[in-house]
Design a protein around this ligand. Structure first.
Ligand code: GLY
Length: 400
């Protein structure tokens, strides 16, 4: 007998699980299909909720969305913690952006002037004031800015809580991969799965089983498969090439037992022209990241990246050398041509995209879930989503 659901979500990272949790809460019957291959970008992230210190020249619409996202994140995380009884490690101390040499300082001052011109708050600090906030910073640090509006969350705790909340809300999970969205008469009618042989048993399930042909019948599919979203057959042609993997390598360090925390704020530094960030966790972890590499779906951790990240981290925070190197990892951000997410309707009835979150997947997860549930229940999502419709790529493709 065929398995059926109201909605299939293709992808079980933070975007897919957040959508599934909220959609189930809205009374919908949801199945998440996820290969559980452990390569979700959200497992490798640093968990920065950083609309201010991640904003770049020319990304005004994305900044507006990210600001909405950080305002929404607190209540969403509180609800998640209440639903699961788990602490997701939200920190509100702000981000201290520092510069290493005079060229780095000039670049940081230019970028901060742009951010202030958009109405963002930034408190300028000289070298001594930076070290008053973070006593372990190197005396060479030229100065910096405190961005009080940027927070962080423990991405792995957060992802685990979302998964628990989603399951408690009745979402079924299928351990497989969506290979195709089935469409009939311009409407979604189901999905095909990779089936047996893809990842061990084709469909291992928490409360769900496969149909005889390895598919699921449903009228709505949400594509939330990160960098692999474009590999799913049945998407309109222009959307298949929109998301690409952008490799990020990062390090997880741990304080030795008994050593007090070496940082209280997230620190972002420009070191000889290169960006590095250091994100402290309450449990003694410190994340150092990240590279940004166009190498296709390659997740190799390289000696050079580990060297460069540690060198830059130690330039601004020499005590980094005393921490234990607990883990090195590489993830694949779902990048898009304009760095913005791809969320909304596609022109095929029942096919919704929720992908392409690039550097902001954790930050945007709550507002993406809100937007997806709005689309799924016939409501209007927040206005900030308008520039991020999948149609922007379809219009461009159609007009050339
Ligand atoms: N948001 C941080 C990163 O993508 O590296």
């Amino acid at each position: 007998m065929a398995v059926t659901a109201d909605i299939v979500v293709a992808g079980g990272g933070v975007i897919g699980t957040a959508i599934a949790w909220r959609a189930a809460g809205a009374g919908l019957d949801v199945i998440v299909v996820d290969p559980e291959s452990g390569d979700a970008a959200s497992q490798v992230a640093a968990g920065m909720l950083a609309p201010v210190s991640e904003s770049l020249f020319g990304e005004d619409a994305l900044l507006a969305l990210n600001l909405l996202a950080v305002r929404r994140f607190g209540p969403f995380a509180a609800e998640l913690e209440a639903a699961t009884g788990r602490d997701v490690g939200l920190r509100r101390e702000g981000t201290l952006a520092v510069a290493y040499d005079p060229g780095d300082h000039a670049a940081l001052v230019r970028l901060t002037a742009f951010r202030r011109s958009l109405g963002l708050d930034a408190e300028e600090l000289d070298s001594r004031e930076c070290r008053r906030l973070e006593p372990f910073l190197a005396p060479d640090v030229r100065g910096g800015f405190l961005f009080a509006g940027d927070w962080s969350v423990d991405n792995r705790r957060y992802a685990g809580a979302l998964r628990q909340a989603m399951q408690a809300a009745g979402v079924r999970t299928v351990h497989d991969r969506v290979t195709e969205v089935r469409i009939h008469g311009g409407k979604v009618c189901g999905v095909r799965l990779a089936g047996a042989g893809a990842d061990g048993p084709g469909v291992g399930a928490d409360g769900a089983a496969s149909s005889a042909d390895g598919g699921i019948d449903c009228a709505t599919v949400v594509i939330a498969a990160g960098y692999a979203s474009g590999q799913i057959a049945g998407l309109p042609g222009p959307l298949r090439g929109v998301v690409r993997p952008v490799k990020g390598q990062l390090l997880r360090l741990r304080h030795p037992t008994g050593m007090p925390p070496v940082l209280s704020h997230t620190v972002r530094a420009v070191v000889r022209g290169t960006d590095v960030y250091l994100v402290p966790r309450a449990d003694g972890e410190m994340i150092v990241g990240a590279t940004s590499e166009e190498r296709g779906p390659d997740r190799t951790v390289t000696a050079g990246a580990v060297h460069d990240l540690l060198r830059d981290a130690m330039s601004v925070l020499p005590v980094t050398s005393e921490l234990a190197l607990a883990e090195t990892c590489a993830g694949l951000r779902p990048g898009t041509p304009d760095n913005g997410p791809v969320v909304g309707a596609t022109g095929i009835v029942g096919l919704l995209m929720a992908t392409g979150h690039y550097r902001n997947g954790i930050l945007l997860s709550a507002v993406t879930a809100d937007a997806a549930v709005a689309f799924l229940t016939g409501q209007r999502p927040a206005l900030e989503w308008e520039p991020f419709s999948p149609r922007r790529f379809m219009v461009q493709a159609g007009s050339t």
